[in-house]
Design a protein around this ligand. Sequence first.
Ligand SMILES: NC(=O)c1ccc[n+]([C@@H]2O[C@H](COP(=O)([O-])OP(=O)(O)OC[C@H]3O[C@@H](n4cnc5c(N)ncnc54)[C@H](OP(=O)(O)O)[C@@H]3O)[C@@H](O)[C@H]2O)c1
Length: 295
Amino acid sequence: MEYVTLSNGLKMPVLGYGVYQVTKDECERCVLDALETGYRSIDTAQSYFNEEEVGSAIKKSGIPREDIFLTTKVWVEHYGYENTKTSVMESMRKLQTDYIDLMLLHQPFSDYYGAWRALEELYKEGKIKAIGVSNFYPDRLVDIASFAEICPMVNQVETHIFNQQIEAKKWMDKYNVQIEAWAPFGEGRKGTFDNEVIADIAQKYNKTTAQVMLRWNIQRGVVVLPKSTHKERMAENLNVFDFTLSDEDMAAITALDKNTSSFFSHYDPGMVEWFAKMVEERKTKHDSSKEKKNW
Ligand SMILES: NC(=O)c1ccc[n+]([C@@H]2O[C@H](COP(=O)([O-])OP(=O)(O)OC[C@H]3O[C@@H](n4cnc5c(N)ncnc54)[C@H](OP(=O)(O)O)[C@@H]3O)[C@@H](O)[C@H]2O)c1
């Protein structure tokens, strides 16, 4: 495994296993498979509803806690100073751990400043080893980097061959914020796995298109979080440290950038309304049935 060093000196694996859209039923088995395959970084979130399964897989694996880099994220519903503090404690309980390696604010909406102050305090107390944000486009990132006491150490954003975040990465580099790629395959949208340029490069190195997409991001300094529920694909996605893409091949992949999300834009006011509605619906659900409260 290779590592990056965050602005506070913490070492973080350049490749981790993501559990978004891994169901509660499958999550424990998947994380156990990933750990057995050799992954030592796991990325979950309060809003994935599988922190408990991640926690029990880590326990069952027998791997010492300090050998695993564990990331989770505060969901918007829990923003604000007090709520965030409570929710981080709840995440730790579910994850069966007394510290979190990296805690991110999941989205740049609602009272993220209050939430950030809570993370700053928990960081100073040593309960969180590094703090960061996710889905912060350059304007919001520069805002929080400029006005908060502690600058985020990581920004996790959609980053793959069709949305390379070239400009956004320049801003992150300027503020010493580590870029981390969510959906490093773009979830396969727009034919990432079958792209001809990637397929030609893959053939040259005797690798798969998935491996080339991961290697390209790692070589440009981006931490990647591939997700697969299949153990053989987990192994395939981890096997990217025995080859190096040439400058020419790196440039050919850069040329594929469409500089557009394959999902949605966080600048779209309609999407902000969609997030607000989701937060409201989840709140109502939790209020009506305490035992069903599953964040
Ligand atoms: N911060 C955020 O807002 C945010 C948003 C989205 C994701 N994330 C994080 O980023 C992680 C990865 O993103 P993602 O899960 O959305 O997408 P992704 O990793 O780009 O793509 C996952 C898809 O690719 C398939 N796949 C994986 N490896 C493959 C291979 N070697 N060959 C062919 N197909 C393969 C998977 O199928 P199978 O599972 O069937 O193998 C799945 O359908 C998430 O799990 C989560 O931790 C964060």
